[in-house]
Each structure stands twice: as structure tokens, then as C-alpha cells.
Ligand binder design. Structure first.
Ligand SMILES: NC(=O)c1ccc[n+]([C@@H]2O[C@H](COP(=O)([O-])OP(=O)(O)OC[C@H]3O[C@@H](n4cnc5c(N)ncnc54)[C@H](OP(=O)(O)O)[C@@H]3O)[C@@H](O)[C@H]2O)c1
Length: 158
């Protein structure tokens, strides 16, 4: 159990965000679900729901910051996202621009707004980092190459 730890999850009303909310609630986290419009499922699982947040807008980010004022954030999951299939030869650049706004810029906007509430820590020295990276490189084989690893040995989700 990780009582009192707060997880802020964007796009938490459905899909993977909702499942992440369920997962962390089961693990004892204080789940704060962020969404444009809540769902019964999210309202049933989250300790707090912050709705009416479009992560691409100044007003959405400002409201999010206000609603989370004073809240320590132990885990921030920038899950809100959009996938529209675009193929070379027929790319719709308005669609690409929209996807970049949601998938690339919005996570930075959210992180920028909330960074002062996310405890630092976890910083390690260059020596520790290099030692960990070397251990990961030496542990690679044909079976696990192409995967993503933290220097501390944790496999990173993809
Ligand atoms: N499903 C996969 O296999 C897969 C694979 C790799 C990565 N991902 C990524 O994982 C994330 C979640 O995937 P998913 O399958 O759960 O997607 P999903 O079912 O389409 O859900 C997307 C979530 O993002 C929210 N969202 C979209 N635009 C937003 C905006 N401008 N402001 C605030 N919220 C916004 C949606 O809110 P609304 O309900 O209001 O639309 C919804 O909650 C996405 O970033 C996706 O690209 C998914």
C-alpha cells in the first residue's frame, strides 16, 4: 500500500487512463482523475475528479493548476492523447498539428504548470548513472534488445 500518495492522471474518464485510475486506486493511491467530461466509472474510482480540462488550452491548464493548488503530486501520468492514422502520400497536416498539440505540447504544458508540486528526488550522480547504464547494456541479449530500461534496472513501459 502507498497510502497518501497522490496520482494525477489526465484523460482518466475512459480507456487506458481509466484503467490506470482503477489500478492506482486498487494499490491504495489517492487518484485524482483529470478529464474534459467525467464518466460514472471515473467518478466511482477517483478520490477527486477535475473535469472541464482540455489540456491543449490555456484556460484548461489554468483551471487544473488552481484545482491542484497545494496538492503534492507523487505521480503525474500524461495519458490524454489522440491517434489519427495519417500516411505518407495523403497526410492531413491539420490532423498532425492537432495531434502534436495534444500528444506533444500538452504534456509539457501540464508538467510546466505542476512541476513545483512534484517532489524532486531521484537525482543520482553521473557515476551512479553510468554504472547503471553499463549494467543495462551488458544485460542486453537478442531476447530483450529493443526494449526500454531505466538505468536502475526497471523495465520502462511502452
Ligand atoms: N490504445 C493503445 O493501444 C495505445 C497504444 C500506445 C499509446 N497509446 C496512448 O495512450 C493514451 C490513451 O490511449 P487510449 O487508447 O486510452 O485512448 P482513448 O480511449 O482514445 O482515450 C483518450 C483520452 O484522452 C483524452 N483526451 C483527448 N484529447 C484531449 C484533450 N485535448 N484534453 C483532455 N483530454 C483529452 C480523451 O478525453 P475525451 O473522452 O474527452 O475525448 C480520453 O480520456 C493516448 O495518449 C494514446 O495515444 C494508446
Amino acid at each position: 500500500m502507498t497510502d497518501n500518495k497522490a496520482a494525477v492522471i489526465t484523460g482518466a474518464n475512459r480507456g487506458i487512463g481509466l484503467e490506470l485510475a482503477r489500478h492506482y486506486a486498487r494499490e491504495g493511491w489517492n487518484v485524482i482523475g483529470v478529464c474534459r467530461q467525467t464518466s460514472d466509472e471515473l467518478s466511482g474510482v477517483a478520490a477527486k475528479v477535475i473535469d472541464n480540462i482540455d489540456v491543449t488550452t490555456d484556460s484548461g491548464i489554468s483551471k487544473l493548476k488552481n484545482e491542484l493548488a497545494g496538492q503534492t503530486i507523487d505521480l503525474l501520468i500524461n495519458n490524454a492523447g489522440l491517434l489519427q492514422d495519417e500516411k505518407l502520400g495523403s497526410i492531413d497536416f491539420d490532423s498532425i498539428r492537432t495531434q502534436m498539440e495534444i500528444n506533444a505540447y500538452a504534456p509539457l504544458r501540464v508538467a510546466e504548470a505542476l512541476v513545483s508540486q512534484i517532489p524532486s528526488g531521484g537525482l543520482i550522480t553521473p557515476e551512479e548513472s553510468a554504472k547503471g547504464l553499463a549494467a543495462r547494456i551488458e544485460g542486453l541479449s537478442l531476447e530483450n534488445t529493443g526494449s526500454f530500461w531505466h538505468s536502475n534496472g526497471e523495465e520502462l513501459p511502452w
